[in-house]
Design a protein around this ligand. Structure first.
Ligand code: HEC
Ligand code: HEC
Ligand code: HEC
Length: 452
């Protein structure tokens, strides 16, 4: 009896402690600014805010395909369900028109809204927390001077228990490392500027870093490659799978123009990112390139390994059981298709643009240079073959037709495995059939609705 009583006391005490902690960490409501208060901001502050908004892709997430800029409502798919972005125009009722600058600063730094509700990390405040107070002031000035749009938020479609916002307090305790950014004195100013932008407002890790079961980025695998709306966001650290190593110059060109002659074009969710970076200042894009190049720098040992076996990869088959083979033995390992079928298709449908030194816009890169073909994940290759490279994807220039209507599933698989083994000289991708099915199903769903 006594032990039961003791256990009860312990349980009740624990519950009280948890409840008190919740109350203690809960952020209070910040008073609404009275409607009709005209705030004055100077033009250069607003301009700086516009540049920062572009670096932070605020428009990309907060605007639907046919909707008004910043009015929210875009669906953000997550493993826990769909979260809809909110209206960040200065509409007092449905947007952030009643938010004081203090409330905005707090949302960016801690992921809590004006009323004190916890926000979901689909809003990348785990990165935005690094943004400086001054830059947040500029962003606030920019947003508060946009045209107000009346657009109520859509209700999120999350499963239990993820739909309980207060639980995010625990997420924040576990995963949020509050900023602002503090410079690393062992590096120069440009590198630090780049780190500030990449880790903070640019939130590159939101796509490029893999996430754990609770949706937080794995801090020990920074930039090791992640998921973005059904695309693979390539590895952009020293383990980069780009056949030709990136450097600050090529990164600068790619991030600025969405394309580089030795690396190809930025597609999928990377398209809007480079579209926005095209409007950023030269200095900022260069700083980003310098910082990312430093992350991608290979150790002498890695360089030697890569140098000894050009285009032959080492660790990409872990878990599949098969071993990488040399170029000569590739035909013996075609898991899902006979080599010649893919070769014939390639020669007739692809070679005229990819092998003939054809100029932009229709000339594609030699696929031996393509990260898409050498990466462990086949999704981007399938998406390009099916969907092509549309003229409007944010990449100014290159155009490739999509083959979703002209090629059967068997042909797509044969072709995909052919370019994989011939150009990357790596074993066939193990899971192409399933991935193809997912992408085809998704394409059917999106043509029969107007989701985005
Ligand atoms: C990756 C997508 C994404 C990007 C990029 C993004 N947001 Fe958001 N944002 C969201 C989502 C989703 C929510 C809603 C979160 C929720 O409901 O908990 C949100 C919420 C907000 C809120 C809270 C609004 C409210 O009414 O509660 C603010 C403020 C905000 N975002 C500002 C910004 C700014 C400024 C930028 C650019 C610097 C930005 N966001 C970029 C996805 C994004
Ligand atoms: C919304 C998700 C998203 C964000 C944010 C994002 N990326 Fe990407 N990134 C991708 C995807 C997806 C790809 C693959 C694109 C493709 O297949 O063409 C990619 C490709 C790249 C590549 C090409 C790598 C290679 O080897 O070909 C580089 C470099 C890159 N991103 C850098 C960045 C930097 C720097 C930032 C931050 C300023 C950033 N990305 C932000 C999704 C994202
Ligand atoms: C009309 C010309 C044209 C045809 C035909 C064509 N492509 Fe492309 N392809 C391009 C252009 C242009 C790009 C974008 C520039 C780049 O990235 O190489 C591209 C990009 C690609 C990429 C991404 C390369 C990268 O990493 O950036 C792959 C993979 C690819 N094509 C495969 C194919 C395959 C397979 C076929 C045949 C079914 C094909 N292409 C047919 C023009 C073409």
């Amino acid at each position: 009896m006594r032990t039961v009583k003791l256990a009860m006391i312990v349980i009740v005490a624990a519950a009280v402690v948890i409840a008190l902690t919740f109350l203690a960490v809960r952020s209070p409501e910040i008073a609404a600014i009275p409607s009709g208060t005209a705030q004055k901001f100077n033009a250069s502050l607003i301009k700086r805010g516009a540049d920062l908004a572009a670096l932070g892709d605020c428009n990309t997430c907060h605007t639907t395909e046919s909707g008004k800029t910043f009015a929210g409502g875009r669906d953000i798919p997550t493993p826990f369900g769909t979260i809809y972005s909110t209206n960040i125009t200065p509409d007092p009722e449905t947007g952030i028109g009643s938010w004081s600058e203090e409330a905005f600063q707090r949302a960016m730094r801690t992921g809590v809204d004006r009323k004190g509700n916890y926000l979901y990390p689909a809003f990348p405040y785990d990165h935005f927390t690094l943004v400086s107070d001054n830059d947040n002031s500029a962003l606030y000035a920019y947003l508060m001077t946009r045209t107000p749009v009346h657009a109520p938020a859509r209700v999120n479609d999350l499963s239990f228990p993820y739909n309980i916002r207060p639980l995010l307090a625990a997420w924040d305790m576990l995963f949020l490392r509050q900023g602002p950014y503090s410079p690393d004195p062992s590096h120069d100013e440009e590198w630090n500027r780049g780190a500030y932008l990449v880790e903070g407002i640019g939130h590159c890790g939101a796509c490029h870093t893999p996430r754990n079961a609770l949706g937080a980025e794995k801090t020990h695998q920074t930039f090791a490659g992640g998921d973005a709306e059904g695309w693979h966001a390539f590895t952009i650290n020293a383990a980069s799978q780009a056949p030709i190593p990136w450097d600050a110059d090529s990164l600068n060109a790619y991030l600025r123009q969405g394309w580089h002659g030795l690396h190809g074009v930025a597609r999928g969710p990377m398209g809007p990112v480079v579209g926005n970076l095209a409007t950023a200042s030269d200095g900022d894009v260069k700083a980003i390139a310098v910082y990312v190049a430093s992350l991608m720098k290979k150790s002498p040992e890695q360089q030697r390994k890569d140098g000894n076996s050009p285009l032959l990869s080492n660790n990409n088959t872990s878990g599949t059981g098969s071993k990488p083979q040399s170029a000569g033995s590739q035909t013996t390992a075609m898991a899902e298709s006979p080599d010649d079928k893919g070769a014939v298709l390639y020669a007739s449908a692809c070679a005229s643009c990819h092998d003939a030194g054809r100029p932009v816009p229709y000339g594609g890169i030699n696929l031996a240079l393509s990260t898409t073909v050498s990466a462990d994940d086949p999704r981007n290759a399938l998406r390009v073959i099916l969907g092509g490279v549309p003229a409007t994807s944010g990449a100014r220039g290159p155009i490739m037709p999509g083959f979703s209507d002209t090629l059967t599933d068997e042909q797509v698989i044969a072709l995909t495995q052919y370019i994989r083994t011939r150009f990357a000289q790596k074993p066939p991708w193990p899971n192409v059939r399933d991935q193809l099915k997912t992408i085809r199903t998704e394409a059917q769903a999106s043509t029969s609705s107007t989701a985005r």
